[in-house]
Write a protein that binds this ligand. Structure first.
Ligand code: TXE
Length: 502
């Protein structure tokens, strides 16, 4: 594709290079059409790399959710009866269009979120297409059970779409996590009301244009933009929306559960993490080192799976620490549009303040900053961007606030340990249990650790290696339920057992 000829490419490119003020309004996607919010009011959308408003987000209301609900309800009968092959075809077309617009979407994601465009090109956008394609094909292989009662009767299980479902997604991997939710919902025959984060709405808006072009029937997917406390809450409270899939902060997850539980809605909650990265002395040192730099600072540390607490076995502690700090201090924080930048901007000023607040807290708690710890002020057009040096902190106890609360930025702590029991107690000490990483060449120890870590996901000698068929989600306050593979299709369907007397 010739990206230079694309309207959106020109728009983003101009904005990024010249930071021209424009009045581009994002629109909701309701009943197959792009529409303004009922209030006709819009919110500012910032480019975090330059700290300037570059577009406007619908400030939607309950009324917009009601309109989306009507459209989704009307579309449900036809979509749920569309053959699996029919749903597969339109979803595959959507995946193709994502790939055709790869460069444009990657640039849009980078501008909206602050992440390096290279990362969006390599991870966010290809994985968004994979999510759609994966669930488009998965539905063709989705089967239900039967239970034979030795000639007396036979039971079979029907799996039916739920109806209108809600998908609420966050800002850290905007299109990637948005598609991760809506794809299984649509494949299973539901109609969807989706709410992208108000902090990063752009790629969901471009996605709505893709859906129109792909011929997704009107009302099957509705995207309503706006504030979480208004639009997200209106989805949660709506009595007709029977299931909610949410990814975001643990506190928001609690608020959603409080409203949804008395209404007996199905809930899938993927929440925060404070993930341990456990490095034993017998590890493949170079691999552990290289990967730990990535698992600490990819996407400016704003991935729920990032390892934010590094525990290193004492015999290699000093060696690992020195090598790690050296590598981290060489990471380049810079223009997200520059392919040499390792880290771009944090997603918002408020988030930058929050992360800086945690660095101050770490100092108050007795921590020593080994590298970073400071905001970075770049020059020229980037002078107002939200840049932070990747930060490594030593000397904190495992149970201090810095080591217990989710920071969700380019900040990690490092500390030594002596025994397996000790590191397990440190690793399991938080309210969270999303992901953990273990580095050792001893396969028995690795398996023992994996079994004893309180974590929904354990990576051994790797990080962020993802097979979309595997269960994805956390234990403890990291969430409820599992996404991924048939788990997601199970979540987005209701079962009916049919018992037939023979
Ligand atoms: O998330 P929110 P925020 C963590 C991370 C971060 C913190 C807060 O620690 O610092 O959460 O981030 C919508 N009813 N994660 O404030 O608010 C909101 O509009 C219904 C971890 O950005 O949880 C957005 O679409 N919906 C995480 C989505 O919820 C509501 C990724 C997530 O926003 C709502 C992001 C409400 N009352 C942040 N309030 C991860 N697990 O990957 C907000 N929303």
């Amino acid at each position: 594709m010739n990206i230079q000829s694309s309207f959106f490419f020109d728009f983003f490119y101009d904005n990024f290079k010249l930071h021209k003020r424009t009045t581009m309004n994002i629109q909701n996607y309701i009943g197959g059409a792009l529409v303004n919010p009922s209030s006709n009011l819009f919110l500012d959308n910032f480019n975090p790399a330059i700290g300037k408003v570059y577009s406007y987000i619908p400030n939607s209301e309950k009324e917009d959710i009601q309109n989306a609900y009507k459209a989704a309800k009307n579309a449900f009968s036809a979509w749920s009866k569309t053959s699996k092959e029919g749903r597969f075809k339109v979803m595959m077309r959507i995946a193709e269009l994502i790939e055709e617009r790869h460069d444009e979407l990657a640039l849009a994601e980078s501008i909206d979120n602050g992440k390096p465009v290279k990362l969006a090109q390599q991870v966010d956008i290809p994985r968004a297409a994979s999510n759609i394609r994966f669930f488009a094909t998965a539905i063709l292989h989705f089967a239900s059970e039967s239970h034979d009662m030795d000639g007396v009767a036979i039971n079979y299980t029907l799996r039916k779409p739920i109806g209108v479902v809600g998908c609420i997604s966050p800002w850290n991997l905007p299109l990637y996590l948005f598609t991760w939710k809506i794809a299984p919902a649509l494949a299973a025959g539901n109609t969807v009301i989706a709410k992208p984060s108000e902090i990063t709405p752009m790629t969901a808006y471009l996605f709505s244009k893709i859906c129109i072009e792909a011929g997704l029937p009107a009302g099957v997917l509705n995207i309503v933009h706006g504030l979480g406390v208004k639009v997200g809450a209106a989805i949660t409270e709506h009595p007709g929306i029977k299931a909610i899939s949410f990814t975001g902060g643990t506190e928001t997850g609690k608020a959603i559960a409080k409203v949804a539980a008395p209404m007996f809605k199905k809930l899938s909650l993927e929440l925060g993490g404070k993930n341990p990265n456990v490095i034993f002395a017998d590890c493949d040192f170079d691999n552990a080192l290289r990967t730990s730099v990535m698992s600490s600072f990819a996407n400016q540390g704003q991935i729920c799976l990032c390892g934010s607490r590094i525990f290193v076995e004492r015999p290699i502690y000093e060696k690992f620490k020195t090598a790690f700090v050296e590598k981290v201090s060489k990471l380049k924080v810079g223009d997200p549009n520059d392919s040499n930048s390792n880290l771009g901007a944090l997603v918002s000023k408020q988030h930058l303040e929050k992360v800086l607040g945690y660095i101050n807290l770490a100092k108050e708690e007795g921590g020593t900053i080994l590298t970073g710890g400071n905001q970075i002020h770049l020059e020229g057009k980037l002078a107002n961007g939200n840049y932070l040096a990747p930060t490594v902190i030593e000397g904190l106890s495992f149970d201090c606030r810095t080591n217990q609360e989710e920071i969700f930025g380019p900040v990690v702590t490092i500390m030594p340990f002596d025994t397996e029991e000790e590191v397990l107690s440190y690793a399991n000490s938080t309210q969270y249990g999303l992901a953990a990483t273990v580095w050792t060449q001893d396969v028995t120890k690795a398996n023992r650790m994996a079994a004893n870590l309180e974590s929904g996901i354990v990576w051994v000698n790797c990080w962020l290696v993802r097979d979309l068929r595997t269960p994805f989600g956390g234990v403890k306050n990291s969430g409820v339920g599992r996404e991924g593979g048939f788990n997601a299709l199970n979540f987005f369907t209701e079962q009916t057992n049919v018992c037939v007397k023979l």
